[in-house]
Design a protein around this ligand. Structure first.
Ligand SMILES: Nc1nc2c(ncn2[C@@H]2O[C@H](COP(=O)(O)OP(=O)(O)O)[C@@H](O)[C@H]2O)c(=O)[nH]1
Ligand SMILES: [Mg+2]
Length: 569
């Protein structure tokens, strides 16, 4: 596959850079190259498979991999997910909340993920990770098998909110037999915000006649469109079972019959456009720039060794002086950056306050439109509780998503501008050194790019509230109703306040983390160039006062490194 090819060649390039930079003792470049390899390996594309149990989620994963990796028909009623990642050999690891891990066999998985063997997750399992030698996973894709959607609201929400923010693409599996359930229908609420990256699969078409399939698909599609409030959704009718069989037996006709191609192609296109590719491109660009810097450093050393000592010393003096001036300018830019971050935080603060008052107002106004059977206290209570839960959930998640997007965009704008300015100054240093030592240097701009994986993510684990407590059920109906209204209003304020406060705290923290990491990365990039150049010339100065034979030995090995670098691209 295209992506994985590119990944391989970038890794080869970075490994050569690591070798040569180690030889010429440029630790900074070596570290940057190593950390980029690390990035390539660590940062994955999360493909999350969602849906009610028995719809065929696990089968879909196996079909995508073209192998019977995961045991199907295991019903993990606990909320434990299974992640499939690339590994040279098959290895199954159970990861526990306390950080411990345990290697198990594939057959033992059910000891950890099923309600029967691990009731209420008493074993404290965080998730199960399966390493598997598949080409598909090798390109950095992680397939996440989620447990079947449970039957309680709390469970749904937990599953939805814990995984959805980390998802790069989602595959929602439904089928016609039995038709879309109420649980699935309600679950659609949770994925509403992510609809642009969710693929809908209508599975098990092999057990229906064409007629049944058309009807059932139409029915399901209409329901989904209604719930998501969209005109037209794309839903792929497939048979995961046939697709798997087809792949296992290399049966082209059967694969066509499974109807899996259209889905896999669409997914592939989506992935290729994804930020993951942008990451690959930016790492590629970084690697090429590191390569240029290394070459320049070697050439400078060679030229420096070949120039008269007095001239060399004068050039070194000049170089250090100019670098000093540029360093100062960068410090000034950093002060400006901190100012902009402060402004961003003030904006966020204002948005939080505005959200709090508007959301509270909206939710309280909505209380007037509630209809319920006002003779039964239980029914009244239930109606208000549901309204509160749903309302808080909707308001908060909608706002978080927009706000996060907004903050994230402003932050990347600010950081990009800063990066551009710093990179320009770094280029000035390169050009200066190239001129002084008569070396060719053609610059390529850095494809600076804000790591999407350090992007602001929200964590909303207990956004929902647990209703209205301590209700005096003995009150006469009218008083009871007034009491409930008053209590609900109070709870609305409390819950909005609590959730907004958490979001604010979280976003602040992540703004700082992202900023600090970004500055550090830029600083490393810059100092790799500066230190490389300085050490190139000072080493040349030292070599010049040794013997002829040492000088020519040194020149020979430098030429050798140069050749190594020249052959890779
Ligand atoms: N006929 C048919 N059965 C399927 C298909 N996909 C899955 N199944 C069966 O449905 C059952 C549940 O599948 P599984 O993948 O474990 O579902 P999960 O609980 O959603 O992960 C298993 O017995 C599968 O063999 C399909 O495309 N056609
Ligand atoms: Mg399953």
């Amino acid at each position: 596959m295209e992506v994985s090819m590119e990944r391989e060649s970038i890794i080869t390039l970075l490994n050569t850079i690591i070798n040569v930079s180690e030889n010429i003792q440029n630790k900074k470049i070596k570290d940057i190259a190593a950390s980029n390899i690390d990035k390539l390996f660590k940062q994955n594309l999360n493909l999350v498979v969602l849906g009610q149990f028995k719809r065929g989620k696990t089968t879909v994963i196996n079909s995508m991999l073209g192998a019977n990796v995961l045991p199907t028909a295991v019903i993990p009623l606990t909320s434990i997910i299974t992640k499939l990642v690339y590994s040279e050999h098959q290895i199954v690891t159970v990861k526990f909340y306390d950080g411990k891990t345990k290697e198990v066999s594939l057959e033992e998985i059910s000891d950890y993920v099923t309600e029967r063997n691990n009731p209420n997750n008493i074993k404290g399992v965080d998730y199960v990770e399966i390493g598997y030698p598949s080409e598909y996973l090798r390109q950095g894709i992680v397939l996440v098998d989620t447990p079947g959607i449970g039957s309680t609201f709390a469970h749904n929400t937990a599953v939805a909110y814990n995984y959805l923010p980390n998802m790069d693409a989602g595959i929602f599996v439904v089928s016609g037999d039995p038709p879309l359930s109420e649980v699935e229908y309600n679950y659609l609420d949770s994925i509403k915000l992510y609809i642009e990256k969710i693929f809908f699969l209508f599975n098990k078409i092999d057990i229906m006649t064409e007629e049944e399939c058309r009807e059932s698909l139409e029915f399901t599609k209409n329901l989904i469109e209604k719930k998501l409030n969209v005109k037209e959704i794309k839903i792929f009718p497939v048979s995961a079972r046939l697709a798997l069989q087809a792949k296992l037996n290399n049966d082209k006709m059967l694969y066509i019959k499974s109807n899996f191609r259209e889905f896999e192609d669409a997914l592939d296109t989506f992935i290729k456009k994804d930020k993951y590719n942008t990451l690959i491109r930016s790492i590629n660009n970084r690697a090429i720039n590191l390569l240029k810097d290394l070459k320049m450093e070697i050439e400078i050393t060679i030229n420096a060794i070949n120039s008269p000592i007095d001239e060399l010393r004068e050039k070194i003096r000049l170089l250090k002086e100019k670098i000093g001036i540029i360093d100062k300018r960068i410090k000034e830019m950093q002060v400006l950056l901190e100012d902009e971050i402060k402004t961003l935080k003030t904006d966020l603060e204002n948005d939080v306050e505005q959200f709090k008052s508007q959301a509270s107002e909206r939710l309280k106004a909505g209380l007037l439109n509630l209809s319920y059977d006002d003779k039964h206290k239980d029914a009244i209570l239930q109606t208000f509780t549901n309204y509160l839960k749903q309302g808080i959930n909707d308001e908060c998640s909608r706002w978080f998503k927009t706000e996060e997007e907004k903050i994230s965009q402003s932050l990347s704008q600010i950081l990009m501008n800063y990066a551009k300015a710093v990179d320009e100054e770094t280029n000035n240093i390169r050009t200066l050194a190239a001129d002084l030592f008569n070396v060719r240097f053609n610059k390529t701009d850095e494809l600076t790019y804000l790591d999407p994986y350090s992007r602001l993510w929200y964590k909303v684990d207990d956004i929902i509230t647990w209703g209205i407590d301590n209700i005096p059920m003995v009150l006469p109906n009218l008083f009871f109703k007034n009491y409930i209204v008053k209590q609900t209003k109070k709870r609305i304020d409390e819950e909005i306040d609590r959730n907004a406060g958490r979001a604010r705290y979280d976003l602040f923290r992540r703004i700082d983390n992202t900023k600090n990491k970004f500055i550090e990365e830029l600083e490393n990039r810059r100092s790799a160039v500066v230190e490389g150049i300085i050490s190139a010339v000072t080493k040349a100065e030292q070599i010049k006062i040794t013997s002829e034979s040492e000088i020519s030995e040194r020149l020979r090995s430098l030429q050798d490194y140069m050749n190594q670098l020249e052959t890779i691209v």
